[in-house]
Ligand binder design. Sequence first.
Ligand SMILES: *Cc1c(COP(=O)(O)O)cnc(C)c1O
Length: 517
Amino acid sequence: MNNTGRKTAPEATPDGHSGFATLSGNRALMVEEPLIFEQDSPGTSGVDLPEPPTAALRLGAVAPRGRIGLPGLSEPTVVRHYTRLSQKNYAIDTGLYPLGSCTMKHNPRLNEKLARLPGLADIHPLQPVKTVQGALALIDELAGWLKALTGMPAVAMSPGAGAHGEFCGMLTIRAALAARGESRPRVLVPESAHGTNPASAAACGFIVDPIPANSEGRVDVAALLARLGPDVAAIMLTNPNTCGLFERDIITIADAVHQAGAYFYCDGANFNAIVGRVRPADLGIDAMHINLHKTFSTPHGGGGPGAGPVVLSAALAPYLPLPHVVHDGAGLRLVEHRSDTGATGVELGRMKGFHGQMGMFIRALAYILSHGADGLRQVANDAVLNANYLLASLGDVMTGSFPGPCMHEALFDDRFLKDTGITTIDFAKAMIDEGYHPMTMYFPLVVHGALLFEPTETESRQSLDQLITVLRGLVARAQAGDVGFFADAPRLTPRRRLDETAAARKPVLRWVPPVAD
Ligand SMILES: *Cc1c(COP(=O)(O)O)cnc(C)c1O
């Protein structure tokens, strides 16, 4: 058995690392880690427990090990296994994470500390409401901030992420139309939109009608106006948009949409660029989700928890989903049934169980309160400044997609790689060898071979300068025609470039069946 606890030789020793293969299959501190079931050593245990008393088992005399098949492991083996797994992740805690459209900012430890307070962490959603008044007050206070920051009169707190918020917002629009006795089939979505926008509209039963972008990376207003009509339910627009640009014609668009009797859904995933500076209500928006896990710094990625509250205009507020918190004489009350409010709107019901992602609410409120209104405005200023620093520092060697400054994201296309034989993905793989998580690639679709960088406000000047130095070096290497270097990247990772198609089509799933005694 080697130091990984593996009983058999590694299936495949990573090779091709400059022709150098280790005996263990490890790459220095990057240790080949087998599944925990493959480290099973029957009879081994991390704890000394007294032998259980023998008793007849009601379901038949089956030995516990045979029944549930847990591996036998010592405590050091377990600790090493999970520590090694934790080290395999690239995270915002390990380095700059410029993934555009994701707002991978530092997650302050204060948020984590508060989310773990026993009075918040140990309560249960089914406790009597009078015993969780503090939790309701917290939801209510966060809701108050979201309404103040957006200028909107109502907010649905329960959606579990941005995409779920879009779904919620589009359901409120459908309900508002139904209340008017209308069923408008079409929703206009710009071509640069995040894929969740058309998906959410379609999931609500709407037909998605794509709107082209103009040569400046913004919505083609003329094309949009031409599509507006009595069959349009809504537009879904992102602002700042996914090209990192502010939609300057947004008020004209909002007016036209309302004139046509439709609603304006705004994808608020990029709120970080304008928080504290622009109130979406003042732009004529009817519904907008806020990704708490982006703008308000809760850990995300890897499918981790998110939260996507949706702010609603007066026109859509009557269709707020359940539950929500209201003030009455006795304190805070939870509205769990439409009849509780006396509202006669179309019943939207619940978006999910209970009240939403409570742990995310605590973190987001901690973040908001620790920044204050002025601090949040500074966040937006600094996020935009950092992105423009990248854009300006790379503009002479990489090809910026659109003229002029950007908002919180710097978007490049792949013209700087033209005729080199090197693609955006080759370039990204070379960044991995340099210790960077790559930027967002090939999104938005309106730009060829897109490279979308979102540094966020939490990166320092030094860290941006280091990234810029690396990128400039890689560009020089690409333009010198070093195709082999890029085709071979990444070289320094535990696995080389994966065949992503085969990985999706023919996944190798390992499962060690439980051993019956
Ligand atoms: C992240 C994102 C979404 C989806 O949000 P999730 O919280 O991941 O569901 C939608 N639109 C844009 C522009 C985004 O960046």
